[in-house]
Design a binder for this molecule. Structure first.
Ligand code: HEC
Length: 162
């Protein structure tokens, strides 16, 4: 009965081996992003007064809504509407509306620049979107919108509010 021990060991080991070679599990592991708890947050924390923080985050939510409205307008070839939303809610025109001068005082230089880049790119988008009404080609507008979103991404990856 010398075989029993090795066979038992093999039987115990088989499920583990099978699991190790399960392609689905393997793929899960490959595709899995690092768990949020282990990912290091390297963004610079910026301190705003409480009320300004709340106001800024409300603006941010409106930024996201504006992007959605712009995409929806583009899909209907309503280029004037896309341009108006971009200019008034995200572009240079939106600066006073958002009290940007006030909050800029609390921002590190890089964050101020990211904000300016967003306002500029949104105003540029507005011009390009109006051009699309003439040319009928939506692609430059989509590209310009991607630049606007690039400005959102750039600031978000560098800064957070405390
Ligand atoms: C100048 C920097 C900057 C730019 C540009 C910027 N954001 Fe933000 N945004 C922030 C910061 C800082 C936060 C807070 C993030 C945190 O504390 O984790 C934030 C938060 C948000 C939130 C979450 C709001 C909430 O209620 O928590 C949304 C949504 C958002 N931004 C959308 C956008 C969109 C869309 C754009 C571009 C059109 C944009 N932001 C451009 C700095 C920026």
């Amino acid at each position: 009965m010398r075989l029993i021990a090795p066979l038992t060991a093999l039987a115990l080991a088989l499920p583990a081996l099978a699991q190790q070679h399960d392609p689905a599990l393997h793929q899960q592991h490959m595709a899995g992003a690092p768990a949020p708890t282990t990912a290091k947050d390297a963004r610079q924390a910026v301190k705003f007064p409480a009320q300004m923080r709340e106001h800024t985050l409300a603006n941010m939510r409106d930024h996201l809504l504006a992007l959605q409205e712009i995409q929806s307008a583009l899909s209907r070839a309503d280029y004037d509407r896309a341009a108006d939303v971009a200019e008034s809610r995200l572009g240079m025109t939106s600066l006073t509306l958002h009290g940007a001068h006030e909050s800029a005082k609390f921002m590190p230089k890089g964050m101020q620049d990211a904000g300016t880049a967003m306002h500029r790119s949104a105003s540029r988008f507005a011009v390009v979107a109006r051009d699309a009404a003439v040319t009928g080609d939506v692609r430059p507008a989509v590209g310009a919108l991607s630049d606007v979103m690039g400005a959102c991404v750039a600031c978000h990856s560098g800064y957070r509010l405390q």
